[in-house]
Design a protein around this ligand. Structure first.
Ligand SMILES: [Zn+2]
Length: 300
């Protein structure tokens, strides 16, 4: 039979356990349990989260648009959040809630597309990053999940030089899938809701993929504009892919999806580590803003 613990022994043991807990907290072990979701943190935990992330935050950027006949409207949003949240679980950052207020005028003819005005897109994004920075996110990585944002986001980053900011905007426009993965079967363009994107969705949200409907519309390139490649028009996409579908989603596989998704997650982790280590960008921005206020005094 076990002997009952004496009062002193009990107090000593409680003290040892309390000491161990304090030690673990000191090492940051309890902090590692902080959610990466901005909206799930309490105000006090948010303070710890910003400290743990070294002021580095992710803004995954999706869209609401048609994705062929077989994928959900929020495909880009669902995919980019899947990748960003998995990356943040590997390399801690605070991840901003659902954001889908980007450039998608070219799909306004399709049901379910939400296309905010040009002015609102820029203003909302600026106020969002301003508010993130005011809350301690001094390094903001916009993780892009939507092809239609590929001009908007670099322009937004460039426009941060218009006036002084105490934070840096980094844009991860796209992460290329490295070679060496499962061979893709597509022979033509596979740019929207086709083999590649459908494969990624089979990983992020397989329950939302209706692959049996993927051939009910054509994702073929109609090539209806006869112009040199170096001439750009806003209607180019519609000229080529009027169904807002490029490629063939029926060719998708989970193997390709897993390979692409892993590459995307790795790319975000790498970007996050590089941004955390970056001590130059903010310093250079400050130097630039100082000179920009007195351009006549700027000497080579
Ligand atoms: Zn998409």
């Amino acid at each position: 039979m076990r002997k009952a613990l004496s009062h002193n022994t009990l107090i000593r043991r409680v003290a040892i356990v309390a000491g161990l807990l304090a030690f673990c907290t000191h090492l940051g072990w309890s902090q590692s349990k902080l959610s990466v979701h901005w909206e799930e943190l309490t105000a006090a935990d948010f303070r710890s989260a910003i400290q743990q992330s070294q002021g580095t935050c992710l803004l995954p950027f999706g869209i609401l648009e048609k994705h062929g006949p077989h994928l959900p409207l929020g495909t880009d949003l669902l995919d980019v959040r899947y990748a960003a949240l998995h990356a943040a679980a590997q390399e801690y950052t605070v991840v901003f809630p659902e954001y889908y207020f980007g450039q998608i005028f070219e799909a306004r003819h399709e049901p379910g597309t939400v296309a905010y005005s040009r002015e609102l897109q820029l203003q909302l994004l600026q106020e969002t990053t301003d508010e993130m920075a005011r809350n301690g996110c001094k390094k903001i990585i916009i993780v892009n999940g939507h092809g239609g944002n590929e001009h908007l986001l670099p322009f937004f980053a460039q426009s941060q030089l218009q006036k002084p900011h105490d934070y840096v905007v980094y844009v991860l426009v796209r992460v290329e899938t490295p070679s060496g993965g499962p061979a893709a079967k597509s022979t033509g363009p596979d740019w929207h809701a086709g083999e590649a994107e459908t494969s990624s969705m089979l990983i992020a949200h397989p329950e939302l993929v209706h692959q049996d409907r993927a051939r009910s519309e054509s994702g073929a390139d109609l090539g209806r504009q006869k112009l040199p490649d170096d001439l750009y028009t806003g209607i180019w996409w519609y000229a080529r892919f009027p169904n807002h579908y490029s490629g063939d989603g029926s060719l998708a596989t989970t193997e390709l999806g897993q390979f692409k998704m892993n590459a995307w997650i790795d790319g975000i982790v790498k970007a996050t580590r590089a941004v955390k280590a970056d001590q130059e960008s903010l310093k250079l921005q400050n130097e630039f803003f100082e000179k920009a206020a007195h351009p006549l005094e700027t000497r080579p």
